[in-house]
Design a protein. Structure first.
Length: 475
């Protein structure tokens, strides 16, 4: 049993001002695996005050000092890597191989990328006799989700440290274990007191206290569109900057010239990554209508290769959903799809055979759907794929863009120029052609209700910087 009941404020582990414990549930066993504390506005006030004081010096730290600091963070993270991977497996049910690879690897990747970018990033720009400076924005409130816990922590904390900001992290209370270990990494790496602070708690309490606080200069939020909108509303009276990475309902357009069987198999496999609990999951697969039967067969075959079960077992490729709330939501949406007339090609409601405990979902593929159905409109955030037929390419593009979201899109084609042309017509922040992925240096973020701002790589530095123009600097 993990006892993670303290917060990290001003370089010290401290008890909450008011004791308010919360059980953390292992979603594979439905048993309590840890206890954390839930913070209050008073805890946030202490953390913000520490960050504000620390910014007076850290905001003027040298590039060399911050390079050395990030190098230390990378070294300590590598030392704690296995512990972090194990925490992710326990808190969110990620299969151990996936937790140790993709999940834990993201935290290291963002630290290393921020370090790489920092070494050559241009913080000054000459404009004749004038000079433009890029300076750290100040105290940052960081709110992160449970689905990719250290990925979202890393892509906020690393650039904030790199440019000289101070921060308060509020990780998800659903999956807070890896965040606690991340905080230990920051402590051991020698991050100066007050530069990095961590307070656990509910979004309606700790998140609201951060987003309304007059001494917080910017909020970086990842989560649902509903919650992101509330953060922006709370931040508006103090006119602080707000960046948001929110929901998605990403299309996967299988063009007529694609190798259909391979494209469908790849799309199904990508949909099931992380149990479908990814905001950029390719959850709407658009298929040429004449090829729908073939696509159904390919999806059925690909789904048959998924092994759902114990995250600690060798060979498991999909674990449980993160919580009972998520399990119930997904079950309801699967039933909604059936009620609205979609065809369940594979899967459906209930747990997979042989699993009577844990928040496990049957990998599900719907076909004979249209873009007005609930399963095509709402972000399900589980292993549920909706296949939608189209008659013409123009119709496919219209359907792809017919969503309030615009985080990602996927295009499968046998002709790269064809794929590029279609990509130019898609309203999304990230478009993947034939499964390509850009790595930690490529900007990540969305159009429309998928948010604003960009994370990852040198683009991820931008939101943590203010622009100062000094006229006559060189005169």
């Amino acid at each position: 049993m993990r006892e993670y009941k303290q917060f990290y404020i001003n370089g010290k582990w401290v008890d909450p001002i008011v004791a308010n414990e919360l059980d953390v549930i292992n979603p594979a066993t439905e048993e309590v695996c840890a206890h954390i504390s839930q913070g209050s506005a008073e805890d946030v006030n202490l953390a913000v005050a520490a960050a504000k004081t620390a910014f007076e010096s850290f905001g003027r730290s040298s590039r060399k000092e911050r390079i050395e600091l990030l190098e230390s963070c990378v070294a300590v993270y590598k030392k704690r890597y296995d512990d972090i991977a194990d925490a992710i497996r326990e808190e969110m049910g990620a299969p151990k191989g996936f937790a140790h690879g993709a999940q834990a690897g993201c935290g290291r990747g963002h630290l290393q990328e921020a370090l790489r970018v920092l070494k050559t990033f241009k913080f000054e720009e000459d404009m004749g006799e004038h000079r433009v400076f890029k300076e750290p924005i100040g105290v940052c409130g960081l709110i992160t989700p449970w689905n990719w816990p250290v990925n979202q922590i890393g892509c906020k904390v690393a650039p904030a440290l790199a440019v000289g900001c101070t921060m308060i992290l509020k990780p998800s209370e659903v999956a807070p274990l890896s965040a606690y270990l991340w905080t230990q990494v920051m402590e051991e790496a020698g991050v100066p007191a007050g530069v990095f602070n961590m307070v656990n708690g509910q979004g309606a309490v700790v998140g609201e206290a951060l987003s309304t606080h007059p001494d917080v200069d910017m909020m970086s939020f990842t989560g649902s569109t509903r919650a992101g909108s509330l953060v922006a509303q709370n931040a508006a009276p103090t006119v602080k900057r707000v960046t948001q990475e929110l929901g998605g309902k990403s299309p996967n357009i299988i063009l007529d010239d694609a190798d259909l069987d391979a494209a469908v198999a790849a799309g199904v496999k990508q949909m099931y990554v992380n149990g479908g609990q990814s905001c950029n999951a390719p959850s709407r697969m658009l298929i040429p209508a004449a090829k729908m039967a073939q696509a159904e067969a390919a999806a059925l075959k690909a789904t048959g290769k998924v092994v759902v079960g114990d995250p600690t077992a060798d060979g498991t490729t999909m674990g449980p959903m993160v919580s009972e709330v998520q399990f119930d939501k997904i079950q309801g949406l699967i039933n909604k799809g059936i009620d609205e007339g979609a065809k369940a090609v594979v899967g459906g409601p209930g747990r997979p055979e042989g699993l009577d405990k844990g928040y496990f979902i049957r990998p599900t593929v719907f076909s004979e759907a249209n873009n007005d159905m609930t399963i095509a409109r709402e972000e399900i955030f589980g292993p549920v794929l909706t296949m939608i037929p189209y008659e013409t390419e123009a119709e496919a593009i219209r359907i792809a863009n017919d969503t309030p979201y615009g985080l990602a899109a996927y295009i499968q084609s046998g002709d790269i120029n064809h794929a590029r042309d279609v990509a130019s017509k898609i309203r999304a922040g990230n478009v993947h052609i034939n499964g390509a992925s850009g790595g930690f240096g490529v900007p990540f973020g969305g159009y429309k209700q998928s948010g604003n701002g960009r994370e990852w790589g040198h683009h991820g530095f931008t939101d943590f910087l203010e622009i100062k123009a000094v006229e006559g600097y060189g005169s």
